[in-house]
Ligand binder design. Structure first.
Ligand SMILES: [Zn+2]
Ligand SMILES: [Zn+2]
Length: 363
């Protein structure tokens, strides 16, 4: 519950500007969060003090505040057209409750009344939308496009946004008398907001639309094609201005922030701009040499010459077939794995024994 600003500063409502300033300085010093590191309630108190001072130290704002206070706008809750006045919690001359103002917080009241930058609400509505998108290894390496599905709120097709069920009778909203907005406060302090009962439409259907439950809008998805730059790595982010739209048209639109997650590939892995693959060869290929056809990133094949006497695990570098990023270009590294036969026929075994004997090997 918000407190009376005079009470917060501990001054009478007849206090002079100088008295208000002095009271503020003394209390601000006493309750400053830096001076009370272990007291979380000090920060709250400090905020109250600052808020009270911001209004009471400004001649115009204080005049408006005093006027509003005299009108008893805080006593018994808001006066809503059509609803009559109703007793509000915390009624009393000194303790009024802003929180009952139709669900608006203190900050909202004052941004409306005193023209504070109402940015907080707008920013919140235009919040950026963050998502993680998995991309295939090859798309990440070579660049390309991936489809991304994003949530979207759009007008309900069944009711055309009216929120009315089929054949429903539509009557004027009793809360706002068809205006679509409700106003509270008095004199120069009228604060207007969309009517909560009819959601700003001014009309109320006798039965709600079954598709959107009277919301007039439905949550769907939209698909966009996202461009992936060549050489994109896991954790890389892109920001798309104004693409985070998840609210209905006309509302503030935030950015879409995509974090890429690169899927592993069965054949390739990356080291910087180089791509590495393993290729199995047999004993004869390793001993006698061979020509291998090796798959490259772009799906084509190149011939790799394996010289006689190639050792297991040896890496061959194919220049320029790695990832291209700006003016840098990586290579493709081919690591050969020599496959040793696990079983031999008696003839094969005999031949291998002869081979070993001929080369002076013992076994
Ligand atoms: Zn209404
Ligand atoms: Zn609908």
């Amino acid at each position: 519950m918000a407190k009376d600003f005079y009470q917060v500063l501990g001054v009478p409502d007849s206090a002079t500007a100088d008295e208000i300033k002095k009271a503020y300085r003394r209390l601000a010093k006493q309750h400053h969060p830096d001076a009370n590191p272990n007291k979380p309630q000090a920060a709250e108190r400090f905020k109250e003090i600052s808020e009270a001072h911001a209004v009471l130290a400004d001649t115009d704002k204080r005049k408006q505040y005093d006027h509003m206070r005299r009108l008893g706008a805080f006593d018994g809750g808001p006066r809503r057209p059509g609803a009559g006045s109703r007793p509000g919690p915390g009624s009393g001359a000194e303790g009024f409750d802003f929180s009952d103002f139709g669900g608006l917080g203190l900050g909202d009241i004052f941004s409306s009344i005193f023209g504070r930058s109402g940015g907080r609400r707008d920013d919140a509505a235009a919040e950026e939308y963050e998502t993680v998108v998995e991309i295939p290894f090859r798309v990440a390496a070579l660049g390309g496009k991936v489809p991304v599905r994003l949530p979207l709120t759009e007008t309900c097709r069944q009711c055309g946004g009216s929120g009315a069920g089929p054949g429903a009778k539509v009557t004027t909203c009793p809360e706002c008398q068809g205006r679509g907005s409700v106003t509270f406060g008095q004199g120069g302090f009228a604060v207007s907001r969309p009517c909560p009962q009819c959601r700003g439409r001014g009309r109320i259907p006798s039965s709600p639309c079954p598709t959107c439950q009277a919301a007039g809008e439905v949550r769907t998805e939209r698909e966009i094609l996202l461009t992936v730059a060549a050489g994109t790595e896991s954790g890389a982010k892109v920001r798309l201005r104004g693409q985070g739209q998840t609210s209905r048209a006309g509302g503030p639109v935030g950015d879409l922030v995509v974090t890429f997650q690169v899927q592993p590939d069965r054949f390739f892995h990356r080291e910087g701009l180089d791509v590495i693959c393993e290729v199995p060869i047999n004993l004869a290929q390793a001993v006698l040499g061979s020509r291998l056809r090796v798959r490259t990133l772009d799906g084509k094949k190149v011939v790799l010459k394996v010289p006689p006497g190639t050792q297991p695990g040896r890496k061959f570098r194919i220049k320029g077939l790695g990832i291209e990023k700006g003016d840098r270009k990586g290579d493709q590294l081919v690591q050969v794995q020599v496959h040793i036969p696990e079983s031999l026929t008696p003839e094969q075994e005999e031949l291998l024994r002869q081979f070993a004997a001929a080369t002076g090997q013992t076994f």
